[in-house]
Design a protein around this ligand. Structure first.
Ligand SMILES: Nc1ncnc2c1ncn2[C@@H]1O[C@H](COP(=O)(O)OP(=O)(O)OP(=O)(O)O)[C@@H](O)[C@H]1O
Ligand SMILES: [Mg+2]
Length: 364
């Protein structure tokens, strides 16, 4: 279930480009500004319907052009499924799956689990909980059929609740009481799925990745549901009602969930070196991909932007050993093709090099 074909039009500095990736490791190399990150960005866009670099579609469309077009072919067994997305200057999106127009990015996303690691990704440990929730929920989206529907339904109720807390109509207390039954029901369903996922995640992470990560000694992963484990969500909502009404939003619930890592009781972000944090991040992403691959019939894609940056030779080798734990299709960008041999060797996968120059593929 790999991406067997990719073609781009008017995407950043890429005027027109066609790529036939292998179901193994694809190395995209070239000078600064040649278009490496843009290529990875396009693959990410094809799955997520958005960029990891910017929310502004206009900065992605090649200058002075009307629209960008990304077209791919996903190989599933003997089938080759064409998928495509385009976006115009005015913001109009066109999605196509197997020749049919679709309006749902989620249909595209279902076909292709794509994760990215950039040199900045380790900020996952420093930033707010939103990115960490997004990380977990990406896994849940792929392995649990009901998750997406539950999450959408919950968000509708949350929006209602917050609107009532903000505008405070005459009988808003009674209305909120009424909505809270559904709020709690959906929240508990979501939490149940998340708890089960975290438990399988931890098992995979600590059992399989440990050997590669000498740093996991004393490492602990803690999940926070978004309300105290020791109390029911219904009680938490009631206790926080006044505060929520004052602030105009709901402070407890699965929309506040988070996870964290600690070493001997200290938060990992204040203990690990940057290189160690990066390695931990690789382990998280690989764990997620290998879970998706073992629990569904999907093959994931892992995009790694600018791999050698700040990683020592030892760490690169460990990254390679970690990557050997998933059967994802891998795309790695790098300025020099040689600098990643330490990463690629332990993986023992089919390898293909692509040299990018000024937005074009150089064929030798
Ligand atoms: N909308 C756009 N239209 C045309 N060119 C663009 C657009 N957006 C960015 N560029 C240019 O595209 C080029 C490729 O950028 P990209 O970030 O993909 O390079 P890169 O190969 O990843 O470089 P680096 O090694 O520095 O990370 C850059 O020169 C950039 O200025
Ligand atoms: Mg780049």
């Amino acid at each position: 279930m790999s991406l067997s074909h990719l073609s781009l039009k008017c995407f950043r500095n890429i005027e027109a480009l066609t790529l036939e990736p292998v179901n193994g490791v694809n190395i995209i190399y070239g000078e600064n500004g040649s278009g490496k990150t843009s290529l990875l960005e396009a693959i990410y866009y094809l799955s997520h319907g958005k960029s990891f670099r910017t929310p502004k579609h206009k900065s992605i469309i090649a200058h002075q052009q009307e629209q960008f077009v990304i077209h791919g072919r996903k190989k599933i067994h003997d089938l080759s499924i064409p998928i495509g997305i385009s976006k115009t200057q005015t913001g109009e999106t066109n999605l196509k799956i197997q020749g049919k127009a679709s309006r749902k990015i989620s249909e595209l996303a279902q076909l292709m689990p794509v994760q990215i690691i950039t040199p900045e990704s380790y900020s996952l440990f420093f930033g707010g909980p939103k990115e960490r929730r997004k990380f977990l929920d990406l896994g849940l989206f792929h392995v649990e059929h009901e998750f997406f529907f539950l999450w959408q339904s919950f968000n509708k109720v949350l929006k209602q609740r917050n609107a009532l807390l903000k505008t405070k109509p005459k009988n808003y207390f009674d209305q909120i009481k009424f909505w809270d039954k559904e709020f709690v029901r959906l929240a508990e369903e979501i939490n149940k799925l998340r708890l089960a996922y975290i438990s399988r995640f931890k098992q995979q992470f600590f059992d399989k990745m440990c050997a590669e990560l000498t740093l996991v000694r004393d490492l602990e992963m803690t999940f926070n549901a978004g309300w105290k484990e020791t109390e029911s969500l219904a009680d938490a909502l009631e206790q926080n009602f006044e505060r929520d009404a004052r602030q105009g939003f709901t402070s407890k619930g699965p929309h506040k969930a988070d996870f964290s890592f600690s070493v001997a009781g200290n938060s990992v972000e204040n203990t690990f070196s940057r290189g160690q944090l990066k390695l931990l991040l690789y382990a998280l992403k690989v764990t997620q991909n290998s879970l998706i691959e073992s629990e569904t019939d999907k093959q994931s894609i892992l995009l790694i932007d600018d791999l050698p940056s700040e990683l020592g030779e030892d760490t690169k080798e460990k990254v390679g050993q970690l990557l050997a734990h998933c059967s994802s299709q891998i795309f790695i960008s790098s300025i020099l093709s040689e600098s990643i041999s330490a990463v690629v060797e332990p993986m023992q996968r089919e390898l293909q090099m692509f040299h990018v120059k000024h937005g074009n593929l150089i064929t030798r």
